[in-house]
Design a protein around this ligand. Sequence first.
Ligand code: CO8
Length: 262
Amino acid sequence: GPSYEHILTETPKPGVGLITLNRPKALNALSSPLFKELNDALSKYDNDKDIGAIIITGSEKAFAAGADIKEMAPLSFAAAYTDNFIAPWSHLANSIRKPVIAAVSGYALGGGCELALMCDILYCTSNATFGQPEIKLGTIPGAGGSQRLTRAVGKSKAMELILTGKNFSGKEAGEWGVAAQVIDGGKDDLLAAALKTAETIAGYGRVSVIAGKEAVNKSQELSLREGVEYERRLFHSLFGSKDQKIGMTAFAEKKKPEWSNE
Ligand code: CO8
């Protein structure tokens, strides 16, 4: 595969693309060069017909300890504005159509927390450490934290977290609905759980999986009525896919469906 400096990529199970953030000396701080590689790897997996689900993880100690503070420290308004600093981070949320699972062990702070929140499904260890500490640095979340954390935990709790900068644990992330699964154990157990889910998803037809992700994401943007209508149109459109015929015929014949991805 392509050689990257700040990330590792592998295919540990059929259909599963695993991206490991790998800047150990900076606790996986999300520098612009790292994000460029992450976006490149995400696009490659998204365009690879053999891949059905993607996992982003970090090390045992850090998923990512934030945007790179040393890169940001000297930045001027004019430079940030004209270069549209942080805008490339939206690639994951705006353009990647296959499901992305965040597997969070250790620190997920600032931009690291925001990256995890951008993923479609979040798994973490119970002693993972989340937080939006930007207020302590004289700034605010800049990669969607004020929006996505608020949708996840509600206004009052998000306001408290963002204005105090205090951390929250993986256990709390589970209780508050930020995480879909909280794993009591280390990074290996976490990754095993993420891989199991990724493999399950990758085992379904690509067309319906992409449609399912698209429909759920619309719930974050549209009114209930518009969202339900959007879902219904998408549902109607799937009657035009081969996999709907394959899936429903296999059920009736008590067979295992062999997806065509068409
Ligand atoms: N940026 C750059 N370097 C970092 C970062 C970071 N976010 N986090 C850690 N590092 C570096 C440290 O500077 C240190 O480097 P060195 O060895 O050269 O001094 C190395 O990683 C190891 O870190 P520590 O020695 O501090 O490790 P500890 O185990 O003592 O502490 C902590 C771990 C608690 C995670 C601590 O490193 C820490 O507080 N880090 C900063 C956390 C933080 O404030 N993150 C938010 C950053 S702001 C942000 O993300 C804004 C997002 C805006 C939108 C996106 C914009 C791109």
